[in-house]
Ligand binder design. Structure first.
Ligand SMILES: C=C(O[C@H]1C=CC=C(C(=O)O)[C@@H]1O)C(=O)O
Length: 407
């Protein structure tokens, strides 16, 4: 089940007129790239610092760099340079979008995902106590939605932005060879990878999840259960430790003033820890801090390089930009980068939704399949599909069905 990322097409070197190169809209404000945008030369994480230095040296005063870093550090990123508009959060009325009637296919099926989780747990058990033993891995699955009509990105963004606890984002991606439609990564991420303003740096990692309920009593039970779950607290602590270890050399001061707390989106509870620090060098570009941190154990695992290797083997669908980082960086190095989760890659009438779950000893494979099903909810609802369509597949693993339910 090994695979390599798709090759970019030469024809796609610039964002076609009329496309938004990148846009991030959350409670903290809205940043939108204004096309036409210049693409940064594409490359992997090892060449990023040199490419960023070159781009910043040639930048106009009001230009910023924005876009997406892929999940695998050896894959090519997708960054654009252009003028941008920064504003307060833009509250827009959600526009209609209704994809009922489209087909929906889990890849892999939930039971196959659960088998991959069981395999990961077996590896952890065999290696326990050894040097570089696998302690945590985040495994993902996808849902492929196919509709006859192209998916309207602006309508989708208006719906994703309705949840004030997330940052709605879109990034124009390179078109795949032979593809008829442009590709866009769209999502509603609740997770801040790193934000840098002057010397101040912050991160807000999330790990440990429970599905929310419309019934307040069940919702409270889910939150309490998560807060007191030793497995979820362990899963979460590994992320916080990794981020503190990575940021420490960059900082003269660093800490978690509020400790670990429950946090929520409209569909999920999470454990979250806000990390705050003061940089030694306030000119450090935010995109390089994001690259240094990425991938955290919230999307990859511990040890990181081993987890990334197992992800290539255990997941049948390449992650590409899912679980990478999306964000922007201005000419002072200030900017914000988010973990690219609760997202989908959209091309024409096709949307590939991704969701992952952190696996540690003690994880239950079918519960993790259900957790990923719940994490599809925000994107499914924004697409005008039943929010629980990903969960139905956990209980009823038939390969393909029509989504005609009302909701
Ligand atoms: C990898 C995802 O979520 C991460 C972020 C929050 C909670 C997570 C968890 O509990 O497993 C994941 O680490 C995803 O949504 O695809």
């Amino acid at each position: 089940m090994t695979h390599s990322p798709p090759a970019p097409s030469q024809a796609d070197a610039t964002v076609a007129t009329g496309r938004i190169p990148f846009r991030f809209d959350g409670a903290g404000g809205c940043v939108q790239g204004l096309g036409p945008a210049r693409p940064l030369p594409r490359g992997d994480a090892g060449t990023l610092a040199a490419r960023i230095a070159g781009a910043m040296a040639g930048a106009g005063p009001d230009e910023i760099i924005g876009g997406a870093l892929p999940f695998h550090r050896e894959a090519d990123d997708c960054l654009w340079q252009c003028r941008a508009r920064k504003s307060a959060h833009i509250a827009v009325t959600p526009r209609p979008l209704d994809l009922r009637g489209s087909s929906l296919r889990p890849e892999p099926e939930a039971p196959d995902y659960a088998l991959a989780v069981a395999r990961a747990l077996q590896i952890m058990a065999q290696e326990a106590g050894a040097d570089h033993a696998l302690e945590k891995i985040v495994l993902a699955r996808t849902l492929l939605v196919e509709s006859a009509a192209p998916i309207a990105i602006d309508a989708l963004m208006s719906r994703l932005g309705a949840d004030s606890s997330v940052t709605a984002f879109q990034v124009a991606l390179p078109q795949l060879p032979g593809a008829d439609h442009p590709r866009t990564l769209c999502g509603a991420t609740p997770e801040l990878l790193v934000e840098k303003t002057g010397a101040r740096v912050a991160s807000h990692p999330l790990a440990g999840s429970a599905r929310r309920s419309g019934d307040p009593r069940i919702d409270r039970q889910a939150a309490d259960g998560l807060e007191h779950s030793a497995k979820d607290q362990r899963e979460h602590a590994l992320v916080v430790e990794a981020i503190l270890d990575t940021l420490a050399p960059y900082c003269r001061q660093l800490g978690c003033p509020q400790g670990t707390r429950l946090t929520s989106t409209s569909s999920m509870w999470h454990l979250g820890t806000r990390i705050e620090g003061e940089l030694r060098d306030p000119a450090t570009p935010s995109v390089l801090l994001a690259s240094a941190l990425h991938p955290t154990p919230a999307v990859c695992g511990v040890p990181s390089h081993r987890a990334a290797g197992f992800i290539k083997v255990l997941e049948p669908v390449p992650r590409d930009f899912y679980a990478g980082a999306v964000g922007w960086c201005d000419n002072r190095g200030d900017g914000a980068w988010y973990v690219a989760i609760r997202c989908a890659e959209i091309s024409g009438g096709q949307a590939r939704l991704y969701a992952g779950a952190g696996i540690v000893p003690g994880s239950d494979p079918m519960a993790e399949a259900a957790e990923t099903g719940a994490k599809f909810g925000a994107l499914l609802a924004a697409l005008g599909l039943p929010a629980d369509a990903g969960l139905a597949k956990v209980a009823r693993p038939d390969s393909r069905r029509e989504c005609k339910e009302s909701h």
